[in-house]
Design a protein around this ligand. Structure first.
Ligand SMILES: [Zn+2]
Length: 228
């Protein structure tokens, strides 16, 4: 999809939308009407805003199946009200069962966090400081690697760190404390192949034995023993 030139006319987009809606209804007349009144998605996807990593497309999901939280670098922070309110709403009210923390290779945020470049814009530079924290905590694992390998490695370490931030968040901790079923996954997407792979075992609670965010990850993420 492209709009030629610098026109303000978005007719091609509206035309594409009309065609898509008609095709969906042709396959299932209730495609939209069945979800118009409410939503009950099973999944919360947390990922990068990168245009190549499109959650509904990569998991072949229809409208209503996945709640989405995206930002540059798929970063989760208790200081980010947007992210925390999204966690609270989807866990406490929508009762999602799975949180898909999904990074992607070739992530510009991770590259900018790995290698300082003066062209990185001011606010963006501030935003990705959390990526730099992940880099610095894992300096030993990254040092000596060729740039491309270090980039891939930082993408993966960043996902693990963000999984930790999700599971240690007050909302997730409260959900597990009251016995709510909630599984947190750490995934990475490859833009060049369209494939997703799991980076860590799914985390189902604080003491289920699969918090195998492992000694290694605990170290990387300054894991607190008090969470056990
Ligand atoms: Zn990215």
């Amino acid at each position: 999809m492209a709009i030629e030139g610098t026109t303000s006319d978005i007719t091609p987009l509206l035309e594409a939308n009309r065609k898509w809606a008609e095709e969906c209804i042709a396959k299932d007349p209730t495609y939209f009407s069945k979800i118009a009144g409410s939503q009950s998605p099973e999944f919360l996807y947390i990922g990068c805003s990168d245009s190549r990593a499109h959650p509904a497309a990569m998991f072949s999901m229809a409208p209503g199946e996945v709640f989405v939280q995206r930002n540059v670098g798929n970063l989760i922070s208790v200081k980010d009200l947007n992210c925390m309110s999204c966690l609270e709403y989807t866990i406490d009210h929508l009762k999602v069962k799975h949180i898909l923390v999904t990074g992607h290779y070739n992530c510009g945020a991770c590259k900018a966090g790995l290698v300082w470049h003066p062209s990185t814009a001011g606010v963006t530079n501030l935003w990705i400081s959390d990526v730099r924290d992940v880099r610095d905590k894992n300096a030993a694992a990254l040092e000596g690697l060729p740039l491309d390998e270090a980039w891939d490695k930082l993408v993966e370490l960043n996902v693990e760190a963000q999984v930790f931030n999700v599971v240690s968040s007050p909302v997730v901790q409260a959900a597990w404390a009251r016995g709510q079923q909630l599984v947190v996954h750490g995934l990475v997407y490859t833009p060049g192949t369209g494939r997703v792979k799991e980076l860590i075992k799914p985390v189902t609670g604080n003491d289920d034995g699969t918090y195998s965010l492992s000694a290694k990850l605990k170290k990387h993420c300054s894991f607190s023993e008090s969470l056990k």
